[in-house]
Design a protein. Sequence first.
Lengths: 205, 205
Amino acid sequence: MKEDRRDYSKGELKLSDLQGDPLDILQEWVNKAKSNELDPTAFVLSTSVDGQPNSRVVLLKEIRDGELVFFTNYNSSKGRELAQNPKVSLNFFFPSDERQIRILGTAAKVSESESDDYFYSRPYESQIGAVVSDQSATLESRASLDDAYEAALKLEQNPKRPENWGGYAITPFQIEFWQGRPSRLHDRFQFSLIEGNWEVKRLYP
Amino acid sequence: MKEDRRDYSKGELKLSDLQGDPLDILQEWVNKAKSNELDPTAFVLSTSVDGQPNSRVVLLKEIRDGELVFFTNYNSSKGRELAQNPKVSLNFFFPSDERQIRILGTAAKVSESESDDYFYSRPYESQIGAVVSDQSATLESRASLDDAYEAALKLEQNPKRPENWGGYAITPFQIEFWQGRPSRLHDRFQFSLIEGNWEVKRLYP
């Protein structure tokens, strides 16, 4: 394990590569990752309550109005933690492109109509999955979940979005773009939102 | 982006698959990931200061004595944040195996001799990289970093480990193993350290 390392040599990152809105650059990096990552929209979302961080993978569903949108069960661990503290960090890692994006921001629930729109666009089976899962609660047996799912499949032809299921929009105030380089001398550029404008600086690797 | 989803169907996870020490299971999952992930030892480390989480990718270097070890610059953002609050979360994501491991724990510096041992085992160029990088500080230009690196390559035949470079060992108190399943009905098992013993329960997906 100690010997598991590789030199990153696929690219370099210059300030001239990062012109424009950092969320547009993020969208470009995600689009690029679609050619070689299985889950190009996956990112690690971290919350924090009483000084204890907590992290899980979620899928980015949209970038709009300068915000990043994902959906979940509001009663899940992340939902309960966000209700206590909306401050979050995000990490996108694209090993094939040897790239990483680090974000700091704040999460807020989206409107019910936005949650509706996305919920009803999901595959029917995923809608049923959301209806039957009491996310993050203790589950006594897999069989009881499977039974509830099979029963709901028969009963609910047009499942309604559960009230505790919906979206969050993350407003970022810091975004770092990281490109791996040989000998651990990586290229890092950090955007910070200062009085409404994005300012950028290069960081030591 | 909203349509970017896939059904996870590679495997299922049963309690009988998770017998023994959860850190041994973690080691098995990392070993398995070596066959199809570019960075199988990579995980997202999240810290938190004043309620603001912060996340970045680091490489796991060893599992020993019930702890997970990685190395960094103690003056980096993560080092400064860990000095203020040692509580951390970790996330390993293996898209090929459709698996995720989520960990909560506490970080502490390893001994100087352990940091020495690892530092001097690294490739010479990485040692020099560590010597010349004032990690996370603002860097005025790539050229100044490259110049310092080239100069150090000539000067330092046997670089000394910088005093501000070394390891952390993370002691976990909660470890979740996650296996993706169809229709978002994933298998999740959470180990919690209770009075010195690991207890495990299944969670709703």
